[in-house]
Design a protein around this ligand. Structure first.
Ligand code: C2O
Ligand code: CU
Ligand code: CU
Length: 453
């Protein structure tokens, strides 16, 4: 991790960034299931931060070193001592050697900073990258690979004319924290309005939303559909054709797109009114030996009846008298309060997220993968006033793009979102949190402990 400058667009002056391995996103780690690796994450950053630290946030008090980092691999089933516990940060000149057993299915994971109280700033500065895990089963499917497999990391930033990054601040000097950040530049793989020359054939596009707070709804300008083949934690049982999908910070979506019938066209990848990038399809015809199999990887449904316990979690948002958000908490609990989530190793639980706020919060658990059961509308306002749950609609099944293995799930406003999770892997201390980084840094994050007995 060190300071670099990078050209984000031909017409912009270079931008100072913090990078893993010299680029933003950092180098993609390619790993294989069953082959453990060790990464030494070295903090070679300057001693001063270039983004506005809020010293009123827990863990970022004045007196703590300004520059602190600790890396977490999002989606990895890693032992607790290698998971990137937010308080295990270290300062410039230090490093941590973390080991990743890679005992899990092929999936696109990603690494990013997780330092308590400044995580949103460190990731915004550029400390993130991909970690692609592959396995034999996936190799056997003959999906588009090599230069026909394109990871797309979406991360918006606020850029000034001089090319520098701006991180917005509140109107309150002394407590600059803001509840969310939306940039003016939709960067794709660290570039503004990039294009990709493609051949008229199939491509595998692997998308990650690495933004602090922006949700995207990607679609193609020619109304061509995507074949959805996977979610956060790997492949779906079968491809599903979808025109677009929503995804929140932390989520991944695995797609196949066929440009065969579009030789010579320029196709935009968009999200709502925003243009993200172009695909410039070459003319003519090419051989496409890759396949899009009818079936992919079977997923065994975790039966609700196998859950030994249901935990209900309530999202609370706190406002000041001016109606400004002062932050959100999970179950009204601060980070440092005693552990309340203590699942038994190898047991299955249902987590029910009651979200009476108006916003969708992407809830992420470390260590585990899970399955979304359903969502149901309820009256948030009434709940906030009286604590009563009045349901207001049918049980809604998962959207296709969240129907597979997940590690991050959107808990929509005024809805109860239920997922089922088996706490496999390792006993020990992990975290769960909202992946809107501004929320996470302001204590919408809690520990959980996987117990041996
Ligand atoms: Cu993307 Cu706590 O993680
Ligand atoms: Cu994670
Ligand atoms: Cu949130």
């Amino acid at each position: 991790m060190r300071q670099i400058t990078a050209k984000l667009h031909r017409d912009l002056p270079p931008t100072p960034l913090w990078a893993c391995g010299g680029s933003v996103p950092g180098p993609t780690i390619e790993a294989r299931t069953g082959e453990p690796i060790t990464v030494e994450w070295v903090n070679a950053l300057p001693r001063r931060h270039f983004l506005p630290i809020d010293h009123t946030l827990h863990g970022a008090e004045a007196g703590k070193p300004e520059v602190r980092t600790v890396i977490h691999v999002h989606g990895a089933k890693a032992p607790p001592e290698s998971d990137g516990w937010p308080e295990d940060w270290y300062t410039p000149g230090k490093s941590a050697a973390y080991s990743y057993p890679n005992r899990q299915d092929a999936a696109m994971l990603w690494y990013h900073d997780h330092a308590m109280g400044i995580n949103r700033l460190n990731i915004y500065a550029g400390l993130f990258g991909l970690y692609i895990l592959r396995d034999e089963f996936e190799d056997g499917l003959n999906l588009p690979a090599g230069r026909f497999e394109i990871p797309l990391v979406l991360a918006d930033r606020f850029l000034l004319r001089d090319g520098s990054l701006e991180y917005p601040v509140s109107d309150h000097p002394g407590s600059p924290w803001v509840p969310e950040v939306f940039g003016n530049a939709m960067l794709v793989n660290g570039r503004l309005f990039p294009y990709l020359d493609v051949e008229p054939r199939k491509y595998r596009l692997r998308m990650l939303n690495a933004s602090n707070g922006r949700f995207y709804q990607p679609s193609l300008s020619n109304d061509q559909k995507f074949f959805l083949i996977g979610t956060d934690q790997g492949l779906l049982p079968a491809p599903v054709e979808i025109p677009n999908f929503m995804f929140a910070p932390g989520e991944r979506v695995d797609l196949v797109v066929d440009f065969r019938d579009h030789a010579g066209e320029t196709i935009l990848l968009r999200s709502g009114p925003f243009e993200l990038m172009q695909f410039r399809v070459a003319r003519g015809r090419v051989d496409d030996p890759s396949s899009l199999p009818r079936t992919l990887r079977p997923i065994e449904k975790i039966l609700a009846s196998s859950a030994i316990r249901t935990r209900t979690h309530v999202i609370r948002e706190y406002m000041n008298r001016a109606g400004e958000s002062m932050g959100m908490l999970l179950n009204g609990a601060h980070w440092a309060m005693p552990v309340t989530e203590d699942p038994l190793l190898d047991s299955t639980e249902i987590w029910s997220i009651v979200n009476p706020t108006d916003d969708s919060h992407p809830i992420h658990l470390h260590l585990v993968r899970f399955q979304l059961l359903d969502r149901q509308r309820f009256e948030g306002e009434l709940f906030n006033l009286t604590g009563r749950v009045r349901l207001g609609g049918p049980l809604e099944p998962p959207e296709p793009s969240e129907s597979g293995w997940k590690d991050t799930i959107r808990a929509h406003g005024n809805m109860i979102t239920r997922f089922i999770v088996k706490f496999e892997g390792f006993p020990g201390r992990y975290v769960w949190h909202c992946h809107v980084l501004e929320h996470e840094d302001n204590e919408m994050m809690r520990p959980f402990v996987v117990r041996r007995s």
